[in-house]
Design a protein around this ligand. Structure first.
Ligand code: MEV
Length: 311
């Protein structure tokens, strides 16, 4: 019997979350935490050996099954990207599942096709959002959205409603990051909605969103110049801008403050409201200890991670 295995990584955002929803620039890196999914044909749907129906599977998987029109499958999900923590777990799951099912049905599994399908699944399940997480997971390594790029770095263009994103690959210098998980789960959809309402009702909030985009472009320049001092300072500044937008929380602020003495800079990452912060550092043990002392779980992150793979 044909069994297909596919896997896809989570991601973190160095700069640009929330503003990217409105077509502003953003930078995201794949992380070495991933989901692997094995699928094979079956008489009925099963997930990890348990009876399931498309209606009690995750909404992302249900969307992809419906879209592809697959017959029942047995699905094994392995690996881990912490959910509700801004690390792109639903994007990783959607990419891995989309690639596995597509391969089983003899459909294309190139990164662009999978990134588009996974984004449609995210959009249908979580509401308004950007294709950042799904594109970062599909391509792997590092991606930029809506920044000036060389033709050979262009990956794909995605449009949704009145927003559009040019997605390109970026060279990522060797850097060490420590992610700190508050353990507070916060769904992306309501946070994106909170920023949307604030941006529409407050002209200063719209200016903050624009400023996040500008900070991201400066950050890309700093990354190209391998200027970690500058990149870190921009990350910390971005955290302040995100706090003004109302997507930070005390736990994130405390962990960011605790990491800063041992870091080039630190900020929340992803949608916020809980979830994770990230610090750019060359003293990962010190940062990890500071995060632990503030009740968080640290993960030391290595970059240079492959995107979606199918076997
Ligand atoms: C989530 O990782 C990042 C947000 O910008 C939402 C999105 O881009 O879809 C908050």
């Amino acid at each position: 019997m044909t069994t297909i295995s596919a896997s896809a990584p989570g991601k973190f955002v160095i700069l640009g979350e929330h503003a990217v929803v409105y077509g502003k620039p953003a930078l995201a890196l794949a992380i070495d935490m991933r989901f692997s999914i094995r699928v094979s044909r079956s008489n009925s749907y099963k997930v990890n050996g348990q009876a399931a129906t498309p209606y009690n599977m995750s909404p992302h998987m249900r969307y992809i099954s419906d879209k592809i029109g697959t017959s029942p499958v047995s699905i094994y999900v392995d690996g881990r990207v912490p959910s509700g923590s801004g690390l792109g777990s639903s994007a990783a799951l959607s990419n891995a599942y989309a690639a596995a099912i597509s391969a089983l049905e003899g459909l294309p599994t190139d990164k662009e096709t999978i990134a588009r399908l996974a984004y449609e699944a995210e959009y249908a399940s979580q509401g308004r959002g950007s294709p950042m997480d799904t594109s970062a997971s599909a391509n792997g390594y590092g991606i930029a959205l809506n920044v000036p790029y060389k033709e050979e770095d262009f990956l794909w263009h995605i449009e949704k409603e009145d927003n559009a994103w040019d997605i390109s690959k970026i060279d990522v210098p060797k850097m060490t990051f420590v992610i700190g998980n508050t353990g507070i789960k916060a769904a992306t959809g309501p946070l994106v909605e909170k920023v949307r309402k604030y941006r529409e009702s407050n002209t200063f909030a719209a200016g903050i969103v624009d400023e996040i985009g500008d900070v991201t472009l400066d950050g890309l320049e700093a990354m190209k110049n391998n200027d970690l001092e500058e990149l870190g300072a921009l990350m910390t500044y971005d955290h302040k801008l995100l706090s003004i937008l109302g997507v930070s929380c005390n736990e994130l602020n405390h962990m960011v403050e605790a990491a800063i003495p041992y870091s080039y800079g630190a900020k929340l990452t992803g949608s916020g409201g809980g979830g994770c912060m990230v610090a750019l550092t060359d003293r990962p043990e010190k940062v990890a200890k500071a995060i632990r002392a503030h009740g968080g779980t640290p993960y030391v992150i290595h970059t240079g991670v492959k995107g979606v793979t199918v076997k």
